[in-house]
Ligand binder design. Structure first.
Ligand code: ATP
Ligand code: MG
Length: 285
């Protein structure tokens, strides 16, 4: 089988989570001092450890077949690459921020103002669409100090908790986009390579579905089984096992993490007892 080359960030916010995802997919990555390359031990994958900014280019050129990168870099770099799956980590937003003492009345605040950013393309597109003329100052890092040193009137940057903005006397005034880590692929993959990508995507989906769902089990009076089965249909229908105590059953199902708090009151109202919620490691629907 063809060995697929996958580009991941060498060190930074995406590195650990990217490798953890592959490990959760059952792919063994050799430990030890991190080199520039490492071959998976039990899967036709070779890891290339790179700066995150370089990954879109390598994937576009086919030096790497797939890669993991923040969506923000995909939008910024406008390379010929495909997003094949959102990965649910490294969530952040791309926001406009201004000195906290300034009044903010809306986007027109930025008209003819200077905005510092490492994401000039996203920023220019955003204001062009709004038909608001602005001056974009491109910086490669430490954007948050740009207003303090008189380089710009506002900044446009990646924000997660907002503490860096606060520390620099800035306030977030507009969220332009929300980003998360994504799996990207070269526009043209050979059939062999695509087969390996499909296998990886299948495994990632099983991990993600597992994370989003919980195994739920409880004791229920038999007369409540039809109602609770309708409430918790699970993957096909719940499993129902008789308890030693007559008139009672144990009911097992799967429920999404977000839903189970919504149904818990109804379960109790139906007489359910001893409700247990367990994590699911992998789920194949
Ligand atoms: P490299 O040295 O590889 O170029 P970097 O400094 O450009 O690394 P990181 O700061 O490690 O990059 O961020 C990588 C990605 O993590 C970002 O592109 C973004 O998608 C995501 N991210 C999540 N939260 C944040 C945050 N608070 N600040 C910056 N990036 C974040
Ligand atoms: Mg970078």
């Amino acid at each position: 089988m063809k060995r697929l080359k996958v580009a991941v960030q060498k060190s930074g916010r995406l590195s650990e989570k990217s490798l953890e995802l592959f490990r959760e997919c059952g792919i063994q990555i050799p430990n030890g001092t991190r080199k520039l390359k490492a071959a998976a031990l039990n899967f036709p994958l070779e890891f290339l450890f790179l700066r995150d900014d370089d990954i879109p280019q390598y994937v576009e050129q086919g030096v790497a077949d797939i890669g993991i990168i923040g969506e923000n870099e995909v939008w910024e770099q406008e390379k010929d690459i495909r997003i094949i799956r959102k990965l649910g980590f490294a969530g952040c937003r791309l926001s406009l921020a201004i000195p906290k003492e300034k009044d903010y009345s809306g986007l027109s605040f930025f008209q003819h103002k200077r905005i510092a950013t490492s994401y000039p393309n996203i920023l220019r597109r955003f204001f062009a669409e709004k038909k608001i003329p602005v001056t974009v100052e491109k910086l490669s890092g430490s954007v948050e100090i740009a207003t303090g040193i008189g380089l710009a009137d506002g900044i446009f940057d990646v924000v997660s908790t907002g503490s860096t903005l606060l520390m620099n006397g800035l306030k977030e005034v507009e969220i332009v986009a929300n980003s998360e880590a994504v799996l990207i692929a070269s526009p043209q993959l050979s059939n062999d390579a695509q087969l390996v990508v499909d296998q990886i995507c299948f495994r990632i989906k099983a991990v993600q579905d597992g994370c989003r769902n919980r195994y739920i089990m409880m004791n229920v009076p038999n007369e409540a089984i039809p109602f609770i089965s309708a409430l918790l249909p699970g993957m096909k229908s719940p499993s129902v096992l008789p308890l030693a105590e007559p008139g009672w059953s144990s009911l097992h199902s799967v429920v999404s993490e977000t839903e189970f708090w919504d149904v818990i009151e109804q379960l109790k109202a139906q007489g359910a007892q001893g409700i247990l919620i367990l994590p699911i490691e992998k789920m194949i629907i």
